[in-house]
Design a protein around this ligand. Structure first.
Ligand code: OXD
Ligand code: MN
Length: 593
């Protein structure tokens, strides 16, 4: 497959360390994929689903102790602790290599070592990067075949270059005590042991495309962000692109695949999905910021996905999809999850493979659920009915607007535009979301999640903020405009005041109008909010007063918010860029005016 000396040397080392009985290069061919699916079905690793209703679809169950990313066992291993920063777990590389090699040594005994050469981004694109993952899991191979571009061509593009990411995964004993997800950004290396769950083992995704890539972007002058990318087409056929970052449980996949309200569809408005989770962005030859989605599929949360909440995501799962930890509907050999529809399956196995008793289902008690709350689908992006024509092109799409957001019941208005790039970086650095009843722990607790990158930034977050400021300086007046949205304002009874979902398009239209200089705004202490009459309420059962209410900026609440941001900034100490402190002081002064 390759003569690249750095690749051959590393693979020899891996073979020596892991002790497989044989080695198989993954080539992405149908024959090989089919043979691996068959083998996984024979061993019980996969269940073949109803091929008429769900062609090429399979079900997999992970160990019940291994159903989510493990942030407390995720490490950034840089020589200097300071380079990992206050928001990451850190360990010295030497010590961590030793520990992980001891865990992984001999762990492929009697097994095959699968070698997956993959490209993040269209193969050969100047914005793409290459990785090689070795794994002992067919489930990982089959998921990587969906989530990344796997092909011998990847090795041709790499040639003799050393610019590739080394990714070692070993299931070992799926021992939670020995589970580690470690990034070594200085060596372009990732090691993941004792897990078989997607986010921990599909090493092209969070580990490479965010943690390692954010570090590479810092060193090389580009950006790897936890952002969806969408194209908004107007009736003239012009498409403008938006990149948006939200913490989990804020509807990122839904926004990426939004269906506009009927009156806008009739006028000819459309949304095109470029990506639902990750954006790699570089300054293009014309000085604007261009983005690609480095992934090739969607690793989406299944529960709550239905025809209404996200028609396009559901449609994406109808062929070539691997479902993980959902319920198995035995009546027709398909899958089910809470929120798919109201028909609780009467003859089903739950996500652990045990007979499910629908009569015991209690919405308030997750232990009675058929699907794990973090159950997933791994679906090819090309299945998505609204996938953008640009998705597979390597040049990337020019970004007009960057949107941050979170779930805030009272504080943040429906939408506001930051006053400058620097001000926008301040907004992103202070991003926060309130916990919901959907997650364990107290409800309504504010968690700061700068740029939605808290678990994914592969270096010191203060340096990351500085990198954002530096990118803005390079972009100058070509920089995208930065906005913040909040779909989650509630009344005093906790009812949502904004309809959300497809109606968010009304806000996206204002955002694009602002970028194009076609809409006015009202200046507030924190940024520009829309004039209420500029948010189109056609066909909506909403009065102007409610809209005005969710566009307000409450002085006392924002002074409290500023105090909390001050607290949040303390953990970065002297490394916090002075521009951000200045921004905070300006907002405070504006509020007190
Ligand atoms: C994801 C996440 O799975 O952000 O995309 O946790
Ligand atoms: Mn994500």
């Amino acid at each position: 497959m390759t003569k690249n000396p750095t690749v051959l040397k590393w693979l020899e080392e891996m073979k020596e360390l892991l002790g497989p009985k044989d080695v198989m290069w993954i080539d992405g061919s149908n024959e090989q994929t089919e043979a691996l699916r068959k083998e996984a079905c024979e061993s019980g690793e996969l269940i073949k689903l109803n091929q008429e209703l769900l062609p090429d679809c399979y079900l997999h169950r992970t160990n019940p102790n291994d159903v989510a990313r493990v942030e407390d066992r995720t490490f950034i291993c840089t020589t200097k602790k300071e380079d990992a920063g206050p928001t990451n777990n850190w360990c010295a590389p030497d010590e961590m290599y030793k520990k992980l090699y001891n865990i992984a040594r001999g762990s492929y005994n009697g097994k095959t070592m699968y070698i997956i050469p993959y490209s993040m981004g269209p193969i050969g694109s100047p914005l793409a990067k290459i990785g090689i993952e070795v794994t002992d899991s067919i489930y990982v191979v089959l998921n990587m075949l969906i989530m990344t571009r796997v092909s011998p061509e990847v090795m041709d593009v790499l040639g003799d270059s050393n610019d590739w990411v080394r990714c070692l995964h070993s299931r070992c004993d799926i021992d939670p005590e020995g589970r580690y997800i470690c990034q070594f950004p200085e060596d372009n290396t990732i090691i993941s042991v004792n897990s078989g769950y997607g986010g921990n083992v599909l090493l092209g995704k969070k580990c490479f495309a965010l943690r390692i890539a954010s570090y590479q972007g810092w060193k090389e002058g580009w950006m790897a962000e936890h952002m969806l990318i969408l194209g908004l087409e107007n009736p003239k056929g012009e498409v403008k692109y938006i990149a948006a970052a939200f913490p989990s449980a804020c509807g990122k996949t839904n926004l990426a695949m939004l269906i506009p309200p009927e009156y806008l569809r009739k006028k000819g408005y459309k949304i095109w999905t470029v990506g639902d989770d990750i954006a790699w962005m570089r300054i293009g030859p014309d000085g604007r910021l261009y983005a690609i989605n480095p992934e090739n599929g969607f690793f989406g949360v299944a529960p709550g996905t239905n025809e209404k909440s996200n028609y396009n995501a559901l449609a994406s799962t109808k062929k070539g999809t691997i479902f993980t930890n959902v319920a198995h509907d035995l009546s027709n050999n398909t899958v089910w999850w809470e929120g798919l529809n109201k028909d609780l399956p009467q003859n089903a196995n739950d996500w652990k493979g045990n007979k499910w008793d629908a009569s015991k289902f209690n919405k308030a008690d997750k232990s009675t659920y058929a699907a794990n709350p973090n159950s997933r689908f791994t679906a090819p992006a090309k299945n998505c009915p609204c996938i953008s024509e640009e998705f597979d092109k390597g040049e990337g799409v020019p970004i007009s607007a960057i949107v941050f957001g979170g779930r805030r019941a009272k504080t943040a208005p429906l939408v506001y535009q930051s006053k400058s790039w620097e001000n926008g970086v301040f907004v992103g650095s202070a991003m926060a979301s309130e916990t919901t009843a959907a997650a364990a722990g107290a409800v309504g607790v504010v968690r700061r999640d700068p740029m939605a990158m808290l678990p994914f930034c592969g270096y010191n977050m203060a340096d990351y903020f500085q990198h954002w400021l530096d990118m803005g300086k390079k972009l100058g007046d070509k920089a995208p405009k930065i906005f913040n949205v909040n779909w989650f304002r509630t009344d005093d009874e906790g009812n949502f005041l904004w309809p959300g979902f497809g109606d968010n398009m009304r806000v996206l239209n204002w955002i694009i109008d602002r970028c194009e200089g076609n809409a006015d705004a009202i200046e507030t202490a924190i940024g520009y909010v829309p004039k209420p009459e500029d948010i189109d309420l056609t066909d909506l059962d909403m009065d102007m007063d409610t809209l005005k209410g969710i566009l307000t900026v409450d002085k006392d609440m924002w002074l409290k918010e500023c105090a909390e941001i001050e607290e949040h900034y303390k953990k970065f100490g002297d490394k916090l860029p002075k521009e951000l402190r200045e921004q905070l002081n300006t907002v405070k002064a504006n509020l007190e005016k």
